[in-house]
Write a protein that binds this ligand. Sequence first.
Ligand SMILES: [Zn+2]
Length: 367
Amino acid sequence: MIHLELSEEIIESHRIYLRKKLPDMISDFKKTWKKQSYTTAHKKFCDWLMGQVNLLGESNYKKSIFLQKPEQFQDTYNYIKNYHPKIIELINAPTKKKKDGTKEKSYSEYMQDALGYKKFCDKTPSPKAGHRYMVGEYKGDADEWCAYAYIMSTGLKVCPYCNRSYITSYYSEKNKVRPDLDHFFPKSIYPFFSMSIYNLVPSCKVCNSSFKGQKDFSFDSYINPYEEAMKDELMKFNYNVSSLTGILGLEEEKLELTIDYDKENEDAKRLKNNNEVFNIELLYQYHRDTVCELLRRQYIFNEEYRGTVLKEYEDLFADEKEMDELLFGLAKDGDTKNTLLGKLRKDIYEEFNSSVGRDVSDRRSYE
Ligand SMILES: [Zn+2]
């Protein structure tokens, strides 16, 4: 998984949008939803939600449930559990079946609608005639804010969970496509976080639908890509080979791709849990060919040869780092989040550049 950050512009667009849209929707939800012994608790919770919307107009707006950092989600959840226990009860209550066999709309679904998640997803920005929008290009104002605008504004092109699939966003008058938005904390269990910006993670379909689904990512066992503690250094891809031909990248089947975690670090344990849900170690066995390719490149472009290339083409590269990016297919300026397998390539490159890697790749010891 790759660490993500949100820009102030995204926070601001989300803030203005919700402040404008939510008061009427929450007020309707407060009036229309009724269920005997729960109605009072429901009204009280709607008042609390409205307070969170009002907070968006104050100087400490980042404390509102909609903009708070992922590190604050647990405290908010505990608050709701302690002060609005009947709401948790309602969310967890099994839904009844109707006569036609379909399920009744759950309280969680009513709340998601009241917070506008469906509207946010269904809405599409209106492009200027003949215009097409790609990632990083779309700059919607508050009226145009929606899932498309959000994903495009993040500038993300690769799934942050697996770093091995492109997430494509494109919008024009004729066509539109966008990746999934994963609710890190599932919206069915935590509907009050359904429009919290740090709970909305753009991701590929395999990670979101096939692996994660509605799995409850509990607060202390999993790590959100937006958390500050989520550092790329918490894990490292590595490889084992045991023969000269392996070192030369000629025996893919004998190469073992592994993931090393920082053993002392509690956050690394959470990252390991995430990776197990997304089957990262298993899926990366498909990319042993990339490791072999890098090993072969390392053999061919050894230090001496790279020195010659740098001298010969000095006008082409700013420095050795830039040359290595080209020769080894590394992410430009370390931007691993937007480079397919960027983290894998970076780790393998660093491994064979480390003293340990050099010892291992000392081919004479195999000869
Ligand atoms: Zn993915």
